[in-house]
Design a protein around this ligand. Structure first.
Ligand code: ATP
Ligand code: MG
Ligand code: MG
Ligand code: MG
Length: 474
């Protein structure tokens, strides 16, 4: 019998408990006392206080399962097998205690020992930073074949001055059926987006004190070295349950089944199923984030939630669901997760209420935008024009929050051409403005894309203070 997601999570924590780690609970997705982060985006993000020395942990060995949100992956959701907006990161951490030898050995033991996950060794590939011969040698000592060790220049974690170091990542080879052209390990070496080699675990070796004014090879060793690792639970579960993507696991399927019932459409794991996946993904983020106290709105976290909800609603429409429906999925999200994260079930009435209200707000935005667009198209027709300008499309989107895909659909239905180039130009200008004002980076993890990545698609605007704008002539 295949392990459940709850069992996979527990096995990780039990393993590190057996290695002397203390289990820290998962904390809120909304960062506490950390203005550099929009969302908790990794396990280590919640443990900064230990890593920066401001709090000394009782036990320098820590393990956790932590919910995380990464908006920079939003465009990947449903396209790759392995990306979500909300996912769980399993981690083990050493605050100045053990270092490389143990971190690598234990990672290998957990994945390959018959007592634990029992993965075949020849399915695993490891990447390493080319100068990090210590990690290379450690993997070799453990019996990894040199052909499974892949040097990657990018495997160095560094954010300005301060702690930095190489990382070594573990990939699972799902075989040639996910690599029809049989390009093999080259895919991994060239870091091409593919779903044959699934990155499951990143081991970060915080070893050096970075000094951007000197070459990396001259960085001094830190007096207290740290280990920070992150394993994606959904990816592990997908490998353990042998599903084509993360979405066919027990973490998502109950939500997808519910969407099937609501839409009357069938989910095909190998077919056109992006809408199911986006909905299943986004409702998890929404439910958990709202449960943790974030609310849909027009900036920061609220904007992220509004955007996630609107994307999910648009995908619902693609499946033929035109009424508010996302809120109905909240109890299912709660049930799937409640053994480790009771919070969504506990707050489900509140979460449902917020989601439903936001769905209704969006429905009104769509209605108002549709009638604006109708008027505009009438006017163009009367003037004998047959093209909807990029500026008009942008204005509907930016000022009224009207989804671009709807504008295009309605305009094309009436025989209008769409000025795609003009729209792109207007969008680009907007992105540049947003980027210029975007908050830059946290000190732990790849954060800088967070805000700038939010302006790239079509669902609605970032700048306006209200999306339920009065109807003003365009
Ligand atoms: P990828 O290259 O696949 O985008 P990453 O290198 O950006 O992943 P890390 O920052 O190394 O990811 O995070 C540690 C682990 O967390 C990854 O090895 C992966 O298992 C998991 N992970 C990262 N991002 C996501 C995501 N968006 N959805 C699901 N799991 C993720
Ligand atoms: Mg990534
Ligand atoms: Mg990666
Ligand atoms: Mg990684």
């Amino acid at each position: 019998k295949k392990m459940s997601s709850a069992e996979v999570r527990q096995m990780f924590l039990d393993f590190f408990k057996s290695k002397g780690h203390t289990v820290e609970p998962s904390v809120s997705l909304v960062p506490v006392n950390d203005p550099t982060l929009l969302w908790i985006n990794s396990g280590v993000a919640t443990l900064k206080k230990y890593f920066d020395g401001s709090v000394i942990p009782e036990n320098p060995r820590i393990t956790n399962a932590q919910k995380a949100i990464r908006t920079n992956d939003i465009e990947n959701v449903g396209k790759t097998a392995r990306h979500h907006t909300m996912f769980e990161m399993l981690g083990n951490f050493s605050i100045g205690d053990y270092f490389r030898d143990e971190a690598i050995e234990w990672g290998f033991e957990l994945l390959t020992s018959p007592e634990w996950f029992d993965f075949p060794k020849d399915k695993l590939y490891m990447t390493y930073y080319p100068d990090d011969t210590d990690s290379y040698n450690r993997w070799i000592e453990l019996g990894v074949d040199p052909s499974h060790l892949v040097p990657i220049e990018d495997n160095f974690w560094e954010i300005g001055a301060g702690p930095s170091g190489p990382d070594t990542e573990i990939f699972f080879d799902r075989g040639t059926k996910y690599d029809p052209e049989n390009v093999g390990v080259k895919l991994l070496a060239e870091d091409i987006e593919n779903d044959r080699y699934i990155e499951i675990w990143n081991i970060v070796l915080s070893q050096f004190n970075a000094d951007p004014s000197i070459p990396r090879s001259e960085y001094k060793e830190l007096p207290h070295k740290n280990i920070d690792t992150g394993m994606g639970l959904e990816r592990m579960v997908s490998i353990v349950q042998e599903t084509p993507t993360n979405f066919e696991t027990d973490l998502f399927m109950p939500i997808i089944r519910e969407v099937e019932a609501l839409s009357g459409k069938e989910y095909d794991p190998y077919g056109d199923n992006m809408s199911f996946k986006v909905i299943a993904d986004h409702i998890r983020s929404l439910a958990f984030a709202i449960g943790d106290g974030a609310l849909p709105g027009n900036e920061g976290r609220g904007y992220v939630l509004r955007r996630l909800l609107r994307r999910a609603v648009m995908h619902g429409r693609k499946l033929g669901i035109n009424d508010a429906f996302l809120y109905k999925l909240v109890p299912t999200v709660g049930r799937i997760m409640e053994s480790y994260y009771p919070e969504v079930s506990e707050k489900k009435e509140f979460i449902e209420k917020i989601v439903k209200r936001e769905e209704e707000t969006f429905a009104r935005t769509i209605d108002a935008g549709s009638s604006l667009l109708e008027d505009l198209l009438e006017k163009l027709k009367a003037d004998g024009k047959d093209t909807l300008s990029g500026e008009d499309i942008f204005k509907l989107y930016d000022t009224y929050g009207f989804p671009v895909e709807l504008t295009e659909e309605l305009a094309e239905d009436q025989g209008f051409q769409i000025d795609h180039e003009g729209f792109k130009a207007a969008m680009k200008e907007q992105q540049e403005r947003a980027r210029a004002s975007a908050v830059k980076g946290g000190s732990m993890g790849a954060q800088s894309e967070v805000l700038s990545s939010l302006t790239d698609t079509s669902v609605f605007n970032y700048n306006k203070s209200t999306l339920e704008s009065e109807v003003i002539a365009i």
